[in-house]
Design a binder for this molecule. Structure first.
Ligand SMILES: NC(=O)c1ccc[n+]([C@@H]2O[C@H](COP(=O)([O-])OP(=O)(O)OC[C@H]3O[C@@H](n4cnc5c(N)ncnc54)[C@H](O)[C@@H]3O)[C@@H](O)[C@H]2O)c1
Ligand SMILES: [Zn+2]
Ligand SMILES: [Zn+2]
Length: 339
């Protein structure tokens, strides 16, 4: 069978690998149907993801069909449509004991630390697979993992109905955060540099949009919240300066959620944090968000609404990566189709 392997930075090849087999009684064999191409896949491709080792079969936004199950598998059966929960944890470290396996000390992420989903078949333990209503189109199902990132950020920010939420950045992650914040009943202001991305955010429920760099975000937040500040700020731009702005514009008793992997320092004084008693939370991957997102999807409350802009056949993976790279203005989410 075929697999997409990043062999070294900037070198992506279609390779021939052995068909995986059920080895443990809890194993499930899955035929891949759709895989989303994520910013972090592009980082692995460029050799700029410090967590990934090469060579690597990438892909962590994965939907497929169950083709065989081990003898202990109870929840899943042949024919089920499933999404991958791309997290494997030790179960015994402090984070795992605290119910936060997403930051397990020996975390292994499917498609980052271990071989991922850009291959025709894979085997995973049952607990890393979640069934979805088979009536739902594959293009919708493949978005579950990015939505869980949005759900985690909203949960880490303790977003409640009626809160004012500022989301910085209307890229795919900002839009996923927006969808989940709106479902939570918040009022949302979103910023971006790009007017088209803001237009798309309005279509996805943003109450107020702000063109960062052209407008004074701080002033717009003050006016919008009548001087209170945003109750929650979720930074989906992830630059040193957007983290700094988050602390400035958050309200008293507010929460700031950071999602970035940027190693550069921000310059943040203690005073506003203490004075406003701000909670600053990191948000990485997700914990226990898959069932919630799948319920919303099955109930028809979550749809990509144009977030998926491009589909490429699996064989065209090189073209797909090149296209995503060269047209950031046109691509929101590109997916690979395996048929
Ligand atoms: N923590 C996690 O689990 C997790 C998961 C996925 C992605 N991420 C991170 O989330 C971030 C966003 O991901 P994405 O795929 O949406 O990226 P993206 O690059 O597509 O989107 C970023 C958006 O921010 C806008 N932007 C740039 N500077 C801005 C500014 N000063 N103010 C407002 N908007 C600005 C850009 O125009 C762009 O639309 C990345 O840094 C990524 O690494 C984190
Ligand atoms: Zn992703
Ligand atoms: Zn652990």
């Amino acid at each position: 069978m075929k697999a997409v392997q990043v062999q070294k930075p900037h070198q992506l090849e279609m390779i021939e690998v052995d068909m995986p087999e059920l080895k443990k009684p809890s194993d499930v064999l899955v035929k891949v149907k759709r895989v989303g191409i994520c910013g972090s896949d592009m980082h692995i491709y460029h050799g700029t993801n410090p967590l990934a080792t090469l060579p690597r079969v990438v892909g962590h936004e994965v939907a497929g069909e169950v083709m065989a199950v081990g003898t202990d598998v109870e929840r899943l059966k042949v024919g089920d449509h499933v999404v991958v929960e791309p997290i494997r944890c030790c179960g015994s470290c402090y984070a795992c004991r605290k119910g936060r396996p997403n930051v397990c000390a020996s975390l292994s992420v499917f498609g980052v630390h271990e071989e991922g989903g850009m291959r025709e078949w894979f085997v995973l333990p049952e607990k890393q697979l979640h069934p979805v209503d088979p009536e739902i189109p594959w293009e919708e199902i493949v978005m579950v993992e990015p939505y869980t990132i949005g759900a985690q950020a909203v949960s880490r920010g303790e977003v409640e109905a009626g809160d004012t939420v500022l989301i910085q950045g209307a890229g795919p992650i900002g839009i996923c955060v927006l969808k989940l914040a709106k479902l939570q009943g918040a009022s949302v202001m979103i910023t971006d540099l790009n007017e088209e991305r803001l237009e798309f955010a309005r279509l996805n429920g943003a109450d107020v949009t702000v063109r960062a760099a052209k407008e004074d975000v701080q002033q717009r937040v003050r006016d919008w919240t009548e001087g209170e500040g945003a109750n929650v700020v979720i930074d989906a731009v992830c630059l040193p300066q957007t983290f700094e702005l988050s602390i400035e514009v958050v309200s008293e008793a507010g929460r700031v959620v950071v999602l970035g992997f940027d190693g550069r320092a921000s310059s943040i004084p203690q005073l506003p944090i203490t004075k406003k008693e701000v909670t600053i939370s990191g948000s990485r991957l997700q914990t226990f968000q898959f069932p919630k997102i799948i319920d919303l999807l099955n109930q028809g409350k979550l749809r990509h609404d144009g977030l998926v802009t491009h589909s490429f056949s699996f064989e065209q993976v090189k073209e797909a990566f090149a296209y995503v790279e060269e047209h950031p203005d046109l691509v929101r989410k590109a997916i690979l189709v395996f048929d």
